[in-house]
Design a binder for this molecule. Structure first.
Ligand code: GLN
Length: 378
């Protein structure tokens, strides 16, 4: 067959954004802010372009940026990474995830994922001949039964992919989960790919528990993060992968032939901007205000709010409104009620129809206000 990914179509995020645009609906589907990033960051980019930083960066990234990343990780998680040999700047989180999978997953290797799962994990594993083993976390609690996860582990298990905080459920891992994970991998050589792109968006004073904080996990983890989420610049496509030297060496073997390196003036601009911690330490509160605004606005409606501990996504149950499946409901909501969302079952292989949709609240207050107004009429 011609296709290597015969079961894959266009991502749900592109589909829903297109449907939103066609119907002039408020787009709470694809996760991106509808407000401007900090003008200071924008003028940094302008500055470095004009100063002549317009050629290739070193393949692992601009050293000043890698140093700032190392500093941020150490301050946030008390974990030390060597900037030059253990941090690689990537073209966004997705490229880091792709490269990590490409570097380590061979044919017939097994990879464990937790559903609801972000959409790129499975097809990427499949591209390299890996086999997915899935644990389904179920609404409304999305708890992980570690005994069930343990039963997925075999001698062929190469990697476990985590997404914490979890997109789309908004759940974060607890200390108990981390300890179970540590026990699970003890005595194995299983790698961990930890997608923590929403690490700075955690609410109600809760703590984000990064794999890098735990030495037993750090030594075998590829930690992925994203400047798009941190600084409201998803279109810049810059992120990074932090991993011990031996893993970073393998990661870079692929990275150099995948993108080679990432946008130089933007890396320079980010490095300068990151020198001031104030630029990101209040992100939690910034997004919590948006989450609370949306939740308050929807509390009088027939939509039922699920917990949201982190990320900029709110999951809502709509079974008091319709018994349609979530794809049809999300379509109807976009076309008839002018609010685009993402159907939750697109994050599961076996379409669990729990009547849940995902709303992105990384939006201006006026956008959220309008969406609440429209949703209140249903
Ligand atoms: N991460 C974004 C989301 O979950 C989508 C990014 C994309 O469209 N690839 O909505």
């Amino acid at each position: 067959p011609l296709s290597k990914l015969s079961n894959v179509g266009t991502t749900i995020f592109s589909q829903m954004t297109q449907l939103a645009n066609e119907n002039e609906a408020i787009n709470l589907s694809q996760g991106f802010p509808d407000f401007m990033p900090d003008p200071e960051l924008l003028s940094n980019v302008d500055h470095f372009i004009k100063e002549g930083f317009n050629q290739y960066a070193p393949l692992g990234g601009v050293i000043g940026l890698k140093e700032e990343i190392a500093r941020k990780i150490e301050n946030s998680h008390q974990a030390v990474y060597h900037p030059d040999s253990e941090i690689t700047v990537t073209a966004g989180g997705t490229q880091a995830i792709f490269t990590a999978i490409a570097a380590f997953v061979k044919k017939d290797d097994e990879v464990i994922i937790f559903e609801p799962a972000y959409d790129c994990y499975e097809p990427t594993v499949e591209l390299f001949g890996g086999i997915i083993k899935r644990f389904e976390m179920k609404a409304p609690d999305f708890d992980i039964d570690w005994t069930a996860v343990r039963s997925l582990v075999s001698s062929k298990t190469k990697m476990i992919i985590l997404n914490n905080p979890n997109n789309p459920s908004g759940k974060i891992l607890k200390e108990r989960d981390i300890q179970e994970l540590i026990r699970l991998i003890e005595g194995t050589s299983i790698l961990i790919l930890s997608d923590e792109v929403y690490e700075n968006i955690v609410f109600d004073g809760k703590q984000h528990l990064s794999v890098c904080h735990y030495p037993e996990l750090k030594e075998r983890s590829l930690l992925v993060a994203s400047f798009g989420k941190l600084f409201h610049v998803t279109g810049w496509k810059v992120g990074y992968c932090a991993a011990p030297k031996n893993l970073t060496e393998e990661f870079r073997k692929v990275h150099q032939f995948n993108v080679f390196c990432v946008n130089t003036p933007i890396q320079m601009a980010l490095a300068k901007y990151m020198k001031n911690d104030e630029h990101y330490i209040h992100l939690n509160e910034f997004f919590q205000a948006k989450r609370d605004f949306l939740r308050k606005g929807l509390s009088g409606t027939s939509f039922e709010l699920l917990d949201c501990e982190g990320t900029y996504f709110q999951a809502v149950k709509y079974d008091k409104i319709s018994d349609k499946n979530d794809f049809d409901f999300a379509k109807e909501l976009t076309i008839n009620h002018k609010v685009a969302t993402v159907p939750f079952s697109s994050f599961y292989k076996n379409k669990v129809n729990e009547h849940v949709i995902r709303l992105c609240f990384a939006k201006k207050e006026e956008t959220l206000e309008k969406a609440i107004e429209y949703l209140s009429k249903i």
